[in-house]
Design a protein around this ligand. Structure first.
Ligand code: SAM
Length: 279
């Protein structure tokens, strides 16, 4: 049997850091469900963010072609090197995952899957960074706070619906793998967790002329959630006539609030603005 998380924590007298979001998995069924949910196969290069003492990493190494793990904590780097350093399939990178250029890790033509029990304090910047930079991932199977999973899968006209929903839905389809209770970790986190898989769509969900503008329209629409679109989008600093015409052409009532627009409506509005500005 493999050495457990608890054994490793004791063996190295590891001291958990709250500020690094260190809640390690101690429940085998969750490990199995993450690996099965990620559909890791012998062709896959798996990238893991935050391997901790390597419990999930070990499971991934059994199935993947190779595993690259990115860890920030130097104490864990020395534990992982001792425990997994001899495995030829394993590469360890000592760095802040937010500062990694994943193109330096990914080789052309590889099937790349990201798998991680994410440190909760950086969940959203990690997801947005990975999606915004257009990396060639097939999927991201991640453990995240239940609240973030609800934001990702939110419907319009709910308080969870926002820029994160639209960014993920633009690039990915999503599948909830399972819920995870705080009892499955040491130390216990305060929140419930969800394992979710984000599968990169072959083409974005909606066709947009200018992605930057599309996401800017979304951002400004949600910046002041309670404002009407016509007020919120003043921040785009367009002539009033242009904005009015864009609402008219995309058939969107400017008195609506951003949180009521579907992704298709945001695309229509952004595309109308784009065409009018080009003229
Ligand atoms: N994978 C392990 C498990 O499932 O038991 C540990 C998961 S723990 C929730 C998060 C891990 O991310 C910790 O090992 C922590 O040190 C690491 N971490 C925190 N911030 C990081 C960052 N910015 N970049 C890379 N790793 C980070």
């Amino acid at each position: 049997m493999d050495i457990t998380t608890l054994d490793l924590v004791k063996k190295y007298n590891f001291k958990f850091s709250k500020s690094l979001g260190q809640n390690f998995l101690v429940e085998d069924s969750v490990l199995r469900d993450i690996v099965a949910g990620a559909e890791v196969s012998a062709e896959d290069h798996v990238i893991e963010i935050g391997p901790g003492v390597g419990t999930l990493t070990r499971e991934l190494l059994k199935r993947a072609k190779k595993v690259t793990a990115i860890e920030l904590d130097s104490d864990l780097i020395s534990i992982l090197t001792k425990e997994l350093g001899d495995n030829e399939k394993f590469t360890l990178i000592h760095k802040d995952a937010l500062k990694v250029d994943f193109n330096d890790i990914i080789e052309d033509g590889e099937s790349v899957k990201l798998v991680a029990n994410l440190p909760y304090y950086v969940t959203t910047p990690i997801i947005t960074g990975l999606l915004n930079k257009g990396y060639n991932f097939k999927s991201l199977t991640i453990m995240i706070q239940k609240e973030v999973a609800e934001r990702i899968n939110a419907e319009p006209r709910t308080k969870e619906y926002g820029a994160l929903t639209l960014l993920v839905q633009y690039h990915c389809s999503t599948e909830i793998i399972r819920k995870v209770s705080p009892n499955c970790f040491i130390p216990r986190p305060k929140v419930d967790s969800i394992v979710i898989r984000l599968d990169k769509l072959p083409e974005p969900r909606v066709q947009v002329e200018d992605e930057k503008l599309f996401f800017r329209v979304i951002r400004e629409s949600f910046n002041m959630r309670r404002k009407t679109l016509s007020n919120a989008l003043k921040a785009l600093k367009l002539p009033k006539e242009t904005l009015d015409k864009a609402f008219e052409e995309s058939d969107i009532d400017s008195r609506r609030r951003g949180e009521t627009l579907s992704i298709e409506e945001f695309a229509a509005l952004a595309n109308s603005i784009y065409k009018l500005v080009q003229k």
